[in-house]
Design a protein around this ligand. Structure first.
Ligand code: SF4
Length: 375
C-alpha cells in the first residue's frame, strides 16, 4: 500500500498514495479489525473496507507526524472512534488543546474549534481538514459587533460562546461553552459586581441560561442552525410514539424544547447521563452523529434518532483528514494580536474551578426572557 523510497543509506519519508490507491488488504484488515469491533453496530460491513484503509493510513501518519486528532462529539463514528485521540465537547477539546504535547493538532470539528486550539497552543501546527467547515453561530456576529456592544454597555461583562471567531473572542471578557455557561455567567457577574451579563451570540443558550440563574441576561440574535429546527411539537410527537423513552436535549435548542425534555445539557452531559442512568430507550435531540457515538459506548440502550445533520461538521471526513495529515495542509493561523486577546478570554474561562460533572440544565424551570442587546 505504501511505498518507501530509499536513497543510499538515507531513508526518505514514505510516499503516501492518493486516496483511491489505498486498498483494503490483509495487512489493513489485521491492523484495523479491533477498531471494527468497536463500531460494528453503527458502521456496516459494506462500509468498512472503504473506511479501513484510510483509518490505517491516518493512524500511521499520526505517529509519523507526532500528531493528535481532537474529535468533536458530532464527528461520524468512524472518525470519532477509529482515529480520534481525544473526543468530547468544545470545553474538553479546548482544555486538551491547551495542554497538548504533540507537534501537530488535527481538529476533527469546525473552524472555530481549530482556531481555539491554535490560540491555546500557538507554537503547534494546527490543521483543519476543511477550511470551509464553519458554524451558523460563528458567522452570526463579528468582532466589530462586539466592540459596538461593549461601547453601548460598558458596565456589563460580555460572555462569548466558544462557537465564535477569534476576533469575537478577542473583544469579549470571558468565553463559555454549553458545559459551563451558567458557572461562567455567575462567576463574571460576581467579579464585576453586576446583576446583568451579556451572553452572545446564541440567543437560545442565553435564554436557557437565564432560566437557571438570577442574573439578568442580554443576548444577540444568533442561532445554531441544527438545534433551532427542533420544536416542542417534535418532542410531543416523540413522546406519543415512544412513551418509554427518555428525551435528552441540548441547550442550543429553543427554551420550549428544553422545557418539554427530561434532561438537558452539553454533549458531554448528554453522554454522561446515558452512561450513568443507562435508560432502556433514549432520544438525543441534537446533531445526528451524537447518538451513534453514544450508542457505541452504551450497547444496551436503544436509541431513537430524530436528528438534524450539521452540514459544517459533516465536511470533515476520513479522506480530508488523511490528506491534511499527509500533506500537512490546511493550517490555521491567527493574527498574534487577536490571538493574545482571545487567549485571555479563553484563559479566563479555563481558570475557573474545574467541575467534576458538566452542568445539566433543570428542564423543570420556567422559561425566562433574555432581551437582545440594543445597539
Ligand atoms: S451544530 Fe450548530 S453550533 Fe455546532 S457547528 Fe453546527 S451549526 Fe455550529
Amino acid at each position: 500500500m505504501i511505498q518507501i523510497e530509499n536513497s543510499g543509506t538515507r531513508r526518505l519519508e514514505p510516499i503516501w498514495p492518493e486516496v483511491d490507491q489505498l486498498v483494503y488488504d490483509h495487512g489493513v484488515k489485521a491492523r484495523t479489525n479491533h477498531l471494527y469491533s468497536v463500531v460494528k453496530d453503527v458502521v456496516t460491513p459494506m462500509e468498512w473496507p472503504i473506511f479501513a484503509p484510510l483509518i490505517d493510513a491516518i493512524n500511521q501518519l499520526k505517529a509519523m507526524r507526532n500528531a493528535t486528532i481532537l474529535a468533536h462529539n458530532y464527528m461520524t463514528p468512524e472518525i470519532f472512534n477509529c482515529v480520534g485521540d481525544i473526543t468530547g465537547d468544545s470545553l474538553k477539546l479546548a482544555q486538551v488543546a491547551a495542554e497538548a504535547k504533540e507537534d501537530v493538532i488535527v481538529q476533527a470539528g469546525v473552524h472555530f474549534m481549530a482556531e481555539t486550539a491554535k490560540i491555546l497552543s500557538p507554537n503547534k501546527t494546527v490543521l483543519i481538514p476543511d477550511m470551509d467547515a464553519g458554524c451558523s453561530l460563528a458567522s452570526s456576529i463579528t468582532g466589530a459587533d462586539v466592540q459596538t456592544i461593549k461601547a453601548a454597555y460598558p458596565d456589563c461583562p460580555i460572555v462569548t460562546y466558544v462557537n465564535t471567531s477569534a476576533e469575537v473572542k478577542a473583544y469579549s471578557d470571558i468565553c463559555c461553552t454549553s458545559s459551563n455557561a451558567v458557572q461562567v455567567v455567575e462567576a463574571i457577574a460576581e467579579q464585576w459586581n453586576t446583576d446583568t451579563v451579556i451572553v452572545i451570540p446564541d440567543q437560545y443558550l442565553a435564554k436557557n441560561v437565564a432560566a437557571q440563574t438570577d442574573i439578568k441576561i442580554l443576548t444577540w440574535k444568533g442561532e445554531c442552525e441544527v438545534h433551532e429546527q427542533f420544536t416542542p411539537e417534535d418532542i410531543e410527537d416523540l413522546r406519543d410514539a415512544h412513551p418509554d423513552a427518555v428525551i435528552i436535549t441540548h441547550p442550543e435548542c429553543p427554551p420550549e424544547v428544553m422545557a418539554a425534555a427530561d434532561f438537558a445539557g452539553s454533549t458531554s452531559a448528554m453522554a454522561q447521563y446515558v452512561r450513568d442512568k443507562a435508560p432502556e430507550k433514549a432520544i438525543l435531540i441534537t446533531e445526528c452523529s451524537m447518538s451513534d457515538n453514544v450508542a457505541v459506548e452504551n450497547p444496551g440502550v436503544e436509541f431513537i434518532k430524530p436528528c438534524n445533520l450539521c452540514p459544517h461538521m459533516k465536511r470533515i471526513s476520513l479522506t480530508n483528514i488523511y490528506e491534511a495529515l499527509r500533506d500537512v495542509k490546511y493550517e490555521i493561523s491567527v493574527d498574534p494580536v487577536i490571538a493574545d486577546k482571545a487567549r485571555a478570554s479563553l484563559q479566563a474561562m479555563l481558570n475557573l474551578p474545574k467541575v467534576d460533572n458538566p452542568f445539566h440544565f433543570d428542564t423543570g424551570k420556567n422559561l425566562a426572557s433574555a432581551p437582545y442587546v440594543a445597539i
